[in-house]
Ligand binder design. Structure first.
Ligand code: SF4
Length: 599
């Protein structure tokens, strides 16, 4: 695995690069505008400009020799292309599984030759997968290289495995795919394409376990692992296998919550399966990202509004995250026939924007809307939305209405510095089929979300023996630029916010009478939880909550990952009466910790 794409012949370009980089290193507090000016002032010999990845690579190579004191990582952050890619705190690496039949026959789903079902070879992520022959190791490697070359940190990676229905692939292939992805992370930055000990696409549990164990100490750690599947393929018996692979989140295709619409789309499952799968996954601690598709055959804007409301009215659903993909006509889908005979028509743009604005406004503050449009190149769309910036149109409409969205993504603190800010810990409470959900939020006084945690307090027996009697910590997320482990700066990932959220969750669970707290850790977050006092189990990590919650033991040992911030180890918890009353989907809120000023 070479670095050819980002290779720069330093010798050939040195005469032009050196004055540019020297000027950059000498700037007091360089801005993006100043960098742009320097680029224009010092063009390449052919008249073009040096790219960000070239400047970053050259600075990394030359800084030690030249004695430039500004750290290369600071330059990388400044030159970073598309900073949004890592603004949520982790670098997302999406990879595709090989072509394989899906048990579904959905009419809107394309089936291009040589691709996993539903993916077009022209989609940006799919192109990379095709170029790498769907090899998991090479897909991860090429993505890490590209992100790093463009100034992004890759020490914390969310691995997103796409490709139709995960459960439709043979188990030996699933094991192989995950272990090869993790091996690439484990090898970073010393990648080696020749290393293909299991290139036949099969692996045993031993290989998975070895790759998972090594990731704990890797330079690029997997802090989340997502797969996508159909609701009818999620079974109680399959939950342990997902955990053995290190999966922490499942993308579930609901598409609609109306059995008539599901039937017209030839979806092959009913709403019952979506409810059951959501319930099972939540009770096993997984995060749930649901896909919902307006404008399916048979739907109208008003029926879609009613359908969307079911997502949050029904306690058996209430997903943690959402992708809204309006139905569009893609080549090769059976929907083309429906369109030709007039049985399906896309909503006009203004109708679609109006509908999506109503939907976005109705999303509760504990749900994150990851997307409102699928990343399909416009020329491929035969009919339906072609605007890649549909979300901006929808958000503009909400702004004009004076009703800004409350969902997580609209409140995320991204690159804003935190130094000197007070952060308040509070919790929103709502009910699901699994029991009581506590959505713990760390927010600034102006309401920006610094971090959050999802705690499930189950009211029914767990679907896995390992979770009996345990409260479930399903997610802890802290915003800010991707943290380089041990770095001290103004962003939230270094200020003890994660620790506060875990302490808050443990306190709520203990007060609710649970003797232990189980966390669904990813392979690369286990060390962090150990430092907080959690012990390892086969599928989860556990914190014993009685008589003390064990966080006292962990205090002071998490300095490397979370070096700053006062910690209130036992924050005052709201009295039960404050949390009573009927639970609305938006959740009751109450402060559970004192305000903490971040240094
Ligand atoms: S289940 Fe998903 S991948 Fe399979 S046919 Fe339906 S939409 Fe396509």
């Amino acid at each position: 695995m070479g670095r050819a794409a980002y290779h720069l012949d330093l010798g050939r370009h040195a005469a032009r690069l050196l004055p540019l980089l020297e000027a950059l290193a000498a700037l007091e507090e360089p801005t993006r505008q100043q960098v742009a000016q320097l680029r224009r002032r010092h063009p390449r010999a052919d008249g073009g400009f040096f790219s960000s990845s070239q400047l970053i690579a050259a600075y990394r190579a030359l800084a030690p020799r030249q004695g430039w004191r500004r750290p290369a990582e600071e330059i990388a952050r400044l030159l970073r292309r598309r900073p949004v890619r890592t603004a949520s705190g982790v670098a997302v690496v999406a990879v595709l599984t090989r072509p394989h039949p899906c048990p579904g026959t959905c009419r809107f789903c394309p089936e291009p030759a040589g691709m996993p079902r539903s993916y077009l070879p022209e989609e940006p992520g799919a192109q990379r997968a095709v170029q790498q022959g769907f090899d998991p190791y090479r897909q991860v490697a090429i993505r890490l290289q590209a992100l790093a070359a463009n100034g992004h940190g890759v020490d914390k990676v969310e691995l997103s495995i796409l490709g139709g229905s995960w459960h439709a692939y043979p188990e030996a292939y699933r094991r192989w795919f995950v272990s090869r992805c993790l091996t690439a992370l484990n090898h970073w930055p010393q990648l080696c394409s020749a290393d293909h000990p299991t290139a036949d696409g099969r692996a045993g549990w031993g290989e998975v376990e070895e790759a998972l164990a090594s990731n704990d100490r890797a330079a690029s750690r997997c802090v989340g692992l997502t797969v996508e599947t159909r609701p009818d393929l999620v079974t109680a018996a399959g939950l342990a296998s997902l955990r053995r692979l290190g999966v922490t989140r499942v993308q579930l295709g609901y598409q609609s919550l109306d059995d008539g619409i599901l039937q017209l789309a030839s979806r092959g499952h009913t709403v019952v399966e979506s409810r059951r799968a959501t319930d099972l996954l939540r009770r096993a601690g997984f995060k749930i990202l649901a896909h919902w598709m307006p404008n399916l055959p048979g739907a109208t804007p008003d029926s879609d509004r009613a359908d969307f409301a079911r997502l949050f009215d029904d306690p058996w659903l209430r997903p943690d995250e959402l992708k809204i993909y309006p139905c569009t006509l893609l080549p090769g889908a059976a929907l083309v026939e429906d369109w030709r005979r007039g049985a399906w028509r896309p909503y006009p743009h203004d109708v679609l924007v109006e509908l999506l604005a109503d939907c976005l406004a109705a999303v509760p503050p504990w749900c994150r809307v990851a997307r409102v449009v699928r990343d399909v190149p416009a020329p491929l769309v035969l009919a339906g939305n072609r605007r890649g910036n549909l979300r901006q149109d929808v958000e503009r409409q909400l702004k004009e209405r004076g009703t800004p969205p409350r969902e997580i993504r609209a409140r995320e603190l991204r690159h804003a510095p935190l130094a000197g800010a007070d952060v308040v810990l509070s919790s929103r409470t709502y009910e699901t089929s699994a029991g009581r959900e506590e959505f713990l939020e760390a927010t600034t006084p102006s309401g920006w979300l610094v971090g959050f945690a999802r705690l499930t307090l189950p009211s029914r027996p767990a679907p896995l023996e390992q979770l009996q009697g345990a409260a479930l910590l399903r997610e802890v997320h802290v915003y800010g630029d991707v943290a380089t482990l041990g770095r001290r700066d103004g962003n939230a990932q270094h200020r003890g916010v994660g620790r506060q959220l875990v302490v808050g969750a443990a306190t709520l669970a203990r007060v609710a009478g649970y003797p232990r707290l189980a966390v669904i850790s990813a392979p690369g977050t286990r060390t962090y939880y150990r430092r907080l006092g959690f012990g390892d189990g086969a599928l989860y990590q556990y914190l014993h909550l009685a008589p003390t919650d064990g966080l006292d033991r962990g205090a002071g040992h998490d300095r490397q990952d979370q070096p700053h911030g006062e910690v209130c180890a036992h924050p005052p918890v709201l009295a039960a009466g404050d949390r009573g009353g009927p639970q609305r989907p938006g959740g009751q809120t109450g402060q559970i910790g004192r305000a903490v000023r971040l240094a």
